[in-house]
Write a protein that binds this ligand. Structure first.
Ligand SMILES: [Zn+2]
Length: 126
């Protein structure tokens, strides 16, 4: 019997991160990009989902600065070019502009779970 944990969507997401990839699902039935990973398509319910690596390029849909005692940071929503949206942050940038082009990177911090963060693409640096 297959190990159900290997098939769990979040597990497959983490496996992608472990090899430096942001993965998402493509629905064979309706063509929708699905993210976060799910057992079935969020639009049509199909289970015919193919795991794909994102190129990691996207555009900032929204950007908010969070004021924190220790340090301020930003929370962004990124529209990936493949057609899905995710929440993340742009480290080392005070307030990234909505519409800015960004590139995904897997950040590994000591003692913490890996996560996907975004950097401004070269064309966006001032
Ligand atoms: Zn679908």
């Amino acid at each position: 019997m297959p190990d159900i944990r290997e098939q769990a969507p979040y597990q497959r997401y983490l496996e992608g991160l472990s090899r430096g990839a942001l993965v998402y699902q493509h629905c064979h039935e309706c063509g929708q990009a699905v993210f976060y990973l799910r057992p079935c398509c969020s639009r049509c319910g199909s289970v015919e989902l193919q795991l794909r690596d994102s190129l990691g390029l996207g555009t900032l849909y929204s950007s908010s600065v969070i004021f924190d005692k220790e340090r301020n940071y930003n929370l962004v929503l990124v529209d990936l070019d493949e057609g899905f949206r995710m929440m993340s942050t742009v480290p080392g940038c005070d307030a990234p502009s909505i519409g800015a082009r960004v590139r995904a990177r897997v950040e590994r911090l000591e003692g913490e779970e890996s996560r996907v963060v975004f950097d401004l693409t070269d064309g966006e640096r001032s």
